[in-house]
Design a protein around this ligand. Structure first.
Ligand SMILES: Cc1cc2nc3c(=O)[nH]c(=O)nc-3n(C[C@H](O)[C@H](O)[C@H](O)COP(=O)(O)OP(=O)(O)OC[C@H]3O[C@@H](n4cnc5c(N)ncnc54)[C@H](O)[C@@H]3O)c2cc1C
Length: 296
């Protein structure tokens, strides 16, 4: 089963979950358990990441296909420009279509492990906007793109990065999923800039449930997301108790989403890290805002 992204955004609120393809059998067990638990909530879609440098191509397709055909949910497959020429992108699109997948998140991608910068493949694409245009011209896929409320790490400034986001939208994107962030003000400014630019495709806030002190430090370094000092201090104070850190992360995410809802943000994408319990707990506390979620 696969609903086209156009049809998913007809509702007032929206919730989706992101997974990454696991490397081990234990990881496989965990992801299938998480899928079956979170599927029960009736989210709008699941998305599956595509590893740096295409390193997970087969495993990404396996999970995306299982979601679509076994779990019978709508899946958005992430695809990147890394290591693929135009023909290979076309082949990947055909393969996704064959598996019943009708939506993608089109990204430039992170460089492969060991490399520090993105290298344009021969006869490939330099930027996500080029990939979006190519997908639009060669398929009927629903297309989402990435947005950076604090600017992309490689970009000299937010203004410049925003200009390129508009290029992705003009190339045919149907929605924007943001990078994780912990300071809502950045998202409200981003939302404002999109409005002022006349953009009317859905803005989906990327919510990262904090569960581990080490991991959150690494994630904020990798993404450039600002972590409020008070939150960081609280996490550091409790870093020896994973239970306490998870509780801090859950409480923070609940407050974060509540404030975003009050500010008019209604679409949310949870970076689940292939875990289900914490995301479920967060949403349970917010269930009055999401009447289509099912907590039976
Ligand atoms: C929701 C989400 C999911 C993600 N999933 C994955 C994943 O599955 N796999 C993965 O490898 N990575 C993933 N990423 C990370 C992403 O690939 C990296 O952030 C990557 O560095 C940029 O990708 P992009 O699509 O935003 O690139 P782009 O939009 O192409 O931007 C890349 C950089 O180039 C600049 N730029 C864009 N166009 C131009 C231009 N015409 N001229 C000059 N500069 C330009 C931008 O300002 C930016 O600094 C994800 C990110 C997000 C937010």
């Amino acid at each position: 089963m696969s609903t086209h992204i156009y049809d998913l955004f007809k509702y007032d609120t929206h919730v989706s979950f992101e997974f990454f393809p696991p490397k081990t059998n234990q990881g496989r067990k965990q992801i299938y358990q998480a899928i079956s638990k979170l599927k029960g909530l009736n989210p709008d879609f699941f998305s599956v990441t595509y590893g740096a440098g295409g390193s997970t191509a087969e495993r990404s397709l396996e999970i995306a296909s299982a979601l679509t055909n076994l779990a019978q949910v709508t899946c958005v497959a992430h695809i990147t420009c890394v290591g693929m020429n135009r023909n290979e992108v076309k082949e990947l699109l055909t393969s996704l279509e064959f598996h019943g997948i009708s939506n993608v998140l089109a990204l430039r991608g992170d460089p492969p492990k060991g490399e520090t910068r993105f290298i344009k493949p021969v006869d490939g694409f330099s930027y996500a906007s080029e990939l979006v245009r190519f997908i639009r011209e060669n398929s009927d896929m629903g297309i989402l793109v990435a947005g950076y409320p604090e600017g992309h790490l490689e970009s000299p400034n937010k203004k410049e990065d925003f200009k390129y986001l508009l290029e992705k939208i003009n190339a045919g994107a149907n929605g924007i999923i943001t990078q994780l962030f912990f300071v809502n003000q950045y998202l409200f400014e981003f939302q404002n800039n999109l409005r002022n630019a006349g953009v009317n495709i859905p803005l989906i806030a990327g919510i990262f449930p904090i569960s581990n002190a080490k991991q959150i430090k690494r994630m904020t370094e990798l993404s450039g997301a600002t972590i409020p000092e008070e939150l960081l201090k609280d996490i550091e104070k409790h870093q020896d108790s994973s239970e306490d850190v998870e509780k801090i992360g859950t409480d923070f995410a609940v407050r974060q989403v509540e404030e975003l809802l009050r500010g008019g943000i209604t679409h949310f994408h949870f970076y689940t890290m292939n875990r289900h319990q914490q995301t479920r707990n967060i949403l349970f506390q917010l269930k009055r805002f999401f009447p289509r979620l099912n907590f039976l």
